[in-house]
Ligand binder design. Structure first.
Ligand code: HEM
Ligand SMILES: *[C@@H]1O[C@H](CO)[C@@H](O)[C@H](O)[C@H]1NC(C)=O
Ligand SMILES: *[C@@H]1O[C@H](CO)[C@@H](O)[C@H](O)[C@H]1NC(C)=O
Ligand SMILES: *[C@@H]1O[C@H](CO)[C@@H](O)[C@H](O)[C@H]1NC(C)=O
Length: 554
């Protein structure tokens, strides 16, 4: 009769022991991080006032309280720099929320980190944890992998991003944008304010489904494809809330279980889909199967089967399948979320700058001709036409400067000490280096008229005062780990502007949905559409707006 009792006791004892070991490990981590900070502080390195117990958590809390609710953590880091007399870099220890970092707000220093042979190529392990629900496979994917593994997998997908393949994707991109245009045309008849972002997310979902997997997900029109449903559910679970208390829910075992189970279902769908595509590929039907472009999936299969010694008669091995699943899940997220955020920031800025809109329209008239209706077909016929839109390109760059959707992060090392022009040294051993894009891209010592929306700054030569210094514009980061998708993003967003800028007027209506008199926007640069925390950074509230037909004719 004793044995179940003993067993229970033994397991209880075991659990207590495990908890104790974990607790001790945690305390020793805290101690280690705090000690490193004290050492840097003694050496006179810049940082906010540091507490041996709380690190910089209290300072971060004070900074966060000075921001409107929901504001993205990039503004907290920005605010902490401003409070230190606009420190060009400073150390920040928010452990256990994140490991200690060197926050960089100046391009001269950021360039040194991103171009360093080791640090410039090394993503931190903590990013891997962050990605786990998104990509599965412990969070390992092109975004987070390092060394040989990264190099091999990077090369597997790289040909997808060559310019001719990207041009060949434009017809499906435009096709989805035409669906979006028809949805907006219906919206103009409604007198109500609505939020634009859910619609741009669905648009990007459908585009990315075709570009990543050759699947028509149809979230814009019917919205029940299991692949995107499971993926979107997973993202919702991960980004359930941007409120700190609710984020404690991440510790909730049921949430973990849900994420795990959902990930399992997602993998099942993706695997089945990959297997079908492998069959198509092996029977060499890919070429005559509709598409003139290689999707990311097709490209991975092409690379796989081109490796020497591999027969088309073999099916793919398990390791490759697992890798592919994780990468496709990552691409789905990377390709969908931040691009939608960019479209929204663009619409917001254009709605506030009629002079920019007028110039955009003039450029589109010139390049596509006066018929707005004919524009989508013109892009489909010759996607390279998108390369001759310098003003549109400048508008996109300027929007991404003011509202960067993502930051850059690397692992520091002993060998890398950042050195500013005045000789100040910033050791990076034991910390992560974060390039805080909003701080760099609105930095008044780097940019002339930093808070103004002036696309012209990207069209002037080096002799002009508006000409941006090297590395000042970095929404896609630099160095070997820069964004693989950037050329695709620019093409897509140019197509978006070309199709929508002339036909519609967007009018932001924040005041209708938010009682802004109660919210202090001072520390988010007075932007009603300030960035909020939701995967990539997204404009607050998904841009409440009204859309009308512009009636524009040139
Ligand atoms: C507006 C849209 C986008 C923005 C602002 C953006 C931004 C970024 C940034 C800043 C990084 C580097 C992160 C770091 O340095 O720590 C990155 C990496 C990456 N992005 Fe993007 N991205 C966008 C869209 C896309 C798209 C559409 C794709 C693919 C279809 C993509 C694929 C990737 C990949 C694979 C990486 C990892 C690169 C590597 O480490 O080798 N991104 N992105
Ligand atoms: C670009 O990639 C596509 C497939 O992804 C390939 O068929 C084509 O040959 C590549 N072109 C160049 C110029 O590398
Ligand atoms: C698109 O997907 C989301 C998430 O699964 C869903 O809530 C939405 O209803 C879908 N859109 C349409 C038009 O059905
Ligand atoms: C971006 O990364 C690629 C691949 O590692 C590299 O070849 C290229 O030079 C990088 N570009 C920039 C501007 O850093």
């Amino acid at each position: 009769m004793d044995s179940p009792w003993l067993l229970l006791n033994a397991s209880f004892g075991f659990l207590v022991a495990v908890a104790l070991v974990r607790f001790i490990a945690f305390v020793s981590e805290v101690w280690q991080h705090r000690a490193l900070m004290r050492q840097l502080q003694r050496a006179g390195k810049p940082m906010p006032p540091h507490s041996s117990i709380f690190g910089h958590l209290l300072q971060a809390k004070v900074a966060a309280d000075e921001l409107p609710p929901g504001a993205h953590s990039c503004y907290i880091l920005d605010r902490l720099s401003v409070k230190q007399d606009r420190a060009e870099a400073y150390y920040f220890d928010s452990y256990p929320i994140a490991v200690p970092m060197l926050i960089v707000t100046d391009p001269y220093l950021a360039n040194q980190a991103m171009n360093h042979p080791w640090t410039g190529a090394e993503k931190p392990a903590t990013l891997t944890e962050w990605f786990h629900p998104i990509s599965g496979r412990g969070g390992l994917n092109l975004f987070t992998e390092n060394g040989q593994e990264w190099k091999r997998n990077h090369e597997t997908f790289l040909p997808f991003f060559n310019s001719s393949n990207l041009d060949a994707t434009m017809p499906v991109v435009v096709e989805e944008m035409v669906v979006f245009r028809d949805i907006l045309r219906k919206e103009v008849h409604s007198p109500n304010t609505f939020c634009l972002e859910p619609l741009t997310l669905r648009l990007m979902n459908d585009i990315i489904g075709r570009v990543v997997f050759n699947v028509e997900l149809r979230n814009q029109t019917s919205g029940t494809h299991p692949l995107s449903e499971t993926m979107l559910r997973q993202l919702r679970l991960k980004f359930a809330s941007n409120n700190v208390v609710d984020n404690l829910g991440q510790l909730n075992p049921f949430r973990k279980l849900q994420i795990w189970n959902n990930g399992r279902i997602l993998n099942k769908h993706i695997r089945a889909h990959i297997e079908n595509r492998v069959e198509v590929f092996r029977s060499a039907k890919v070429q005559d199967d509709q598409t003139a472009f290689n999707s990311l999936l097709d490209q991975a299969l092409a690379t796989y089967y081109s490796q020497s010694g591999r027969q088309q008669s073999e099916t793919i091995d398990g390791e490759f399948m697992t890798m592919l699943c994780a990468q496709l899940r990552m691409f789905f997220f990377a390709g969908y979320d931040s691009t939608s955020g960019t479209l929204i920031s663009l619409c917001y800025l254009i709605s506030k700058h009629p002079e920019v809109l007028a110039k955009l329209r003039a450029e589109h008239d010139e390049v596509f001709g006066r018929s707005v209706a004919a524009c989508p077909d013109k892009i489909i016929e010759s996607p390279a036409i998108l390369n001759s839109l310098p003003y549109s390109h400048a508008v996109i760059k300027e929007a991404m400067r003011l509202f960067p959707p993502a930051n850059g992060i690397r692992t520091g090392c002993k060998d890398l000490v950042l050195k500013s022009r005045d000789g100040t040294e910033y050791p990076t051993e034991g910390v992560l280096v974060q390039s805080n894009h909003i701080s760099i891209q609105r930095n008044p010592s780097v940019w002339v008229r930093p808070l103004e929306f002036l696309p012209e700054r990207f069209l002037v030569g080096p002799e002009h005062e508006l000409y941006p210094p090297k590395g000042a514009w970095r929404p896609f980061e630099f160095g070997v780990r820069n964004c693989t998708g950037q050329a695709f993003v620019i093409k897509e967003v140019k197509a978006f502007l070309s199709i929508f800028a002339r036909e519609f007027n967007f009018e932001e209506r924040y005041d209708e949905l938010y009682a802004d008199e109660k919210v202090d926007l001072t520390n988010v640069y007075h932007e009603k559409a300030f960035l909020t925390e939701a995967g990539a950074a997204h404009a607050r509230g998904g841009l409440p707006c009204r859309v009308s037909l512009s009636g524009y004719t040139s």
